[in-house]
Design a protein around this ligand. Structure first.
Ligand code: ACO
Ligand code: ZN
Length: 166
């Protein structure tokens, strides 16, 4: 008989990341993205902006994360000299768990925390110009391509800087 894996997807849970989650978060990052960071970098973000650092769990297992930070910089959408900005540093979902809304839910949790907990007025991120899945996800959430950053990545690929108001 026919069986459809998509019809048996387990529910997911979004919660704040904890220190003991870092090994799994780092493992997911290494398995899914060429942009990897030392352990202290993840811990530093968790300590400083942990209220905007989330994981997704399926059956008690971490399958995705979003890590953010808060910065000050020139506003993209408003006038003035300086604005508090959220920066989505890294987001990933394990391959077998994609296309079920986990990336969207992680992003929504981060955007809400950056706005409500940290008082950010806008949020930005960089993404490979070839990363269609991620670009589509960000566009669905209201991000716009602001500009191209040439040769942003170590392999020479350009990035889009994408941003939206909060
Ligand atoms: N092709 C086309 N559109 C896609 C795809 C795809 N493969 N994946 C997601 N999308 C778009 C769709 O519009 C989708 O909505 P739909 O399923 O209703 O059509 C929408 O994004 C939302 O998808 P989600 O299910 O919420 O996202 P998912 O849980 O699959 O995670 C993510 C998306 C995080 C980009 C995932 O593909 C991933 O981990 N990729 C590898 C790591 C990565 O590229 N991370 C982003 C790097 S940039 C940065 O970190 C700032
Ligand atoms: Zn960045």
């Amino acid at each position: 008989y026919a069986s459809n894996a998509a019809a048996r997807e387990e529910p997911f849970l979004i919660r704040k990341a904890r220190l003991e989650d870092l090994p799994m978060i780092i493992a997911i990052n290494r398995a899914t993205l060429p942009e990897n960071y030392p352990e202290w970098f993840w811990r530093d973000h968790l300590e400083k902006w942990g209220d905007a650092f989330f994981v997704a769990e399926v059956e008690g297992r971490i399958v995705g994360y979003v890590m953010s930070r808060v910065e000050y910089g020139a506003p993209t959408f408003t006038k003035g000299l300086i604005v508090k900005k959220g920066h989505i540093v890294s987001i990933a979902v394990l391959e077998g768990y994609r296309r079920r809304g986990i990336g969207t839910a992680l992003m929504k949790a981060a955007l809400k925390a950056l706005k409500e907990r940290y008082g950010c007025k806008e949020v930005y991120l960089e993404v490979r110009v070839s990363n269609e899945p991620a670009i589509r996800l960000y566009e669905k959430l209201g991000f716009k391509k602001v500009r191209v950053i040439p040769m942003y990545y170590l392999d020479g690929e350009d990035a889009y800087l994408m941003a939206r108001e909060l």
